[in-house]
Ligand binder design. Structure first.
Ligand code: GAP
Length: 454
């Protein structure tokens, strides 16, 4: 296994230092486990989501897109089982007045003795466990009565089931086909934590793949492998990734089989994505509660059935965190420790930085010209402030794969140096060839340079 210098503290501190992700509402003292994504964080997470869309929409022709509302009819959550069953077991401590997840006491900290787990301190006095519903409740409209209660969606999936009938009508699709959506979900987690790993407000990337019932098992196997391979293709090291089937007692109420793609985060192996065989649970429930017929009818054969559903459900924040952890590295340059994010170029927030060596002699003008030319094709950044070494370090820390330096020779022969973030190799390239050369490098097969570092 490749060794790692990464820790969660290093990731949190780099993300704050470089404005990637930082605690929300800091001027008011922060609000626990809520995070804001800054400029480079937005670019990075957008790239993660764009690669997900690409794998489902651009590279296939059996998946279509949706962006459904966050607030849906409250009956949705009765039908889905969330109102009755989307709960975690909660205990209170009568001494410190804190609340803990009864099934994760070993992850909690005693309010009086933080070095101990809840229940282990001398004064701990825990209540019996009771079920706590994780859905956030609010009201719509100016009058607050029973009928105005609604919920913020705890998963994006249900919006897909509510629209299944529409898609049969206007998307001209027949099973097997999928509906994919990316968006915010909300869960009132009892113990959020570990940076963006577990938050109360987070982004999901989910797809419901509707199949003829007798094809469910084969598609379940297909999507498990396809989703595992997606992370590998984007550079996650194979020894830090695994597929783990759920034990029978772990399965959600709707699932007849689930496997998690797990990543070896600095906090240990944790779920990155779940792939579930949901059977016809959701369509059956929504058909019953809405009194609508949600069957697929084959117009040629007359065959009718409720499709079964295979669901790959990923977290955009957890995936972003995994890519950050897998990329984080330190090495020595000229006796100094360099922090570098060895991100897959497709995920890197900025693909190329354009850096004039000095702020005079026509160099900034050429650098600006290169920036204008490249930004037609990719995300680039211009930086002329400070010593060149410090500018390289800054780009290394945000994972920019290539730094283009304009120097005195550039003014004479219109060539520049292109410095590679990982190998530190510098190639001299004609300005007129830069765009096509960088695009070639962006498309080239890639594997984590950390794999060769042992
Ligand atoms: N529709 C099925 C579903 O929502 P899930 O396993 O509860 O399944 C899917 O969630 C993914 O959403 C998880 O694998 C994880 O990546 C992400 N996720 C779930 N809860 C999260 C939280 N509190 N914070 C961040 N990401 C979360």
């Amino acid at each position: 296994m490749t060794t790692d210098v990464v820790t969660m503290d290093k990731i949190v501190s780099l993300c704050k230092r470089r404005g990637i992700i930082f605690p929300s509402s800091e001027i008011y003292g922060g609000i626990g486990s809520s995070y804001d994504y800054g400029h480079y964080g937005v670019l990075l997470k957008n790239n993660v989501k764009a690669q997900w869309w690409r794998a489902l929409l651009q590279e296939r022709d059996d998946v279509v897109a949706l962006d459904s509302a966050i607030i849906q009819h409250p009956r949705t959550w009765e039908a889905s089982g969330h109102l009755a069953g989307f709960t975690d077991p909660l205990v209170d401590c009568r001494t410190c007045k804190r609340r803990y997840r009864a099934d994760k006491l070993e992850d909690g900290q005693c309010g009086e003795k933080p070095s101990k787990c809840p229940g282990q301190g001398p004064n701990c006095d825990l209540t019996d466990s009771r079920n706590f519903n994780l859905m956030f409740q609010t009201t719509v409209g100016p009058v607050q009565d029973e009928g105005s209660t609604v919920f913020l969606r705890p998963e994006t999936a249900q919006g897909i089931f509510l629209n299944f009938k529409h898609y049969l009508q206007f998307a001209r699709k027949k099973p097997p086909f999928g509906i994919a959506q990316v968006g915010k979900s909300f869960r009132n987690e009892i113990t959020p934590g570990n940076f963006v790993f577990r938050m109360r407000e987070f982004e999901q990337m989910e797809m419901e793949f509707f199949v003829p019932p007798d094809e469910a098992e084969q598609w379940y196997e297909f999507w498990k492998q396809a989703r595992y391979d997606w992370y590998l293709k984007l550079g996650i090291r194979e020894d830090h990734l695994r597929l783990r089937p759920h034990d029978a007692d772990e399965l959600s109420h709707y699932s007849s089989g689930t496997s998690d793609v797990e990543y070896l985060y600095p906090i240990g192996w944790q779920e990155l994505e779940g792939i579930a065989n949901r059977g016809d649970f959701d369509l059956t429930q929504h058909a019953e509660f809405s009194k609508q017929n949600l069957e697929y009818v084959d117009t040629a054969s007359g065959e009718r059935y409720l499709p079964h559903v295979i669901e790959p459900a990923a977290g955009a924040d957890r995936a972003t965190l995994a890519f950050l952890c897998d990329a984080y590295d330190e090495d020595q340059i000229d006796g100094e420790t360099r922090t570098v994010l060895r991100l897959h170029p497709a995920l890197a927030p900025v693909k190329a930085a354009v850096l004039p060596l000095v702020k005079k002699d026509g160099q900034p003008e050429i650098a600006r010209e290169i920036q204008a030319q490249l930004r037609e094709r990719m995300q680039v950044e211009y930086d002329e402030g400070g010593a060149i070494g410090r500018r390289y370090r800054r780009q290394d820390e945000i994972g920019t794969p290539w730094s283009i330096t304009v120097d005195h020779q550039s003014v004479e022969d219109r060539t520049v140096t292109v410095r590679d973030r990982d190998s530190l190799r510098q190639d001299r390239i004609a300005i007129s060839d830069l765009g096509s050369e960088l695009e070639r490098r962006l498309r080239a097969p890639w594997q984590s340079p950390k794999l060769g570092s042992d």
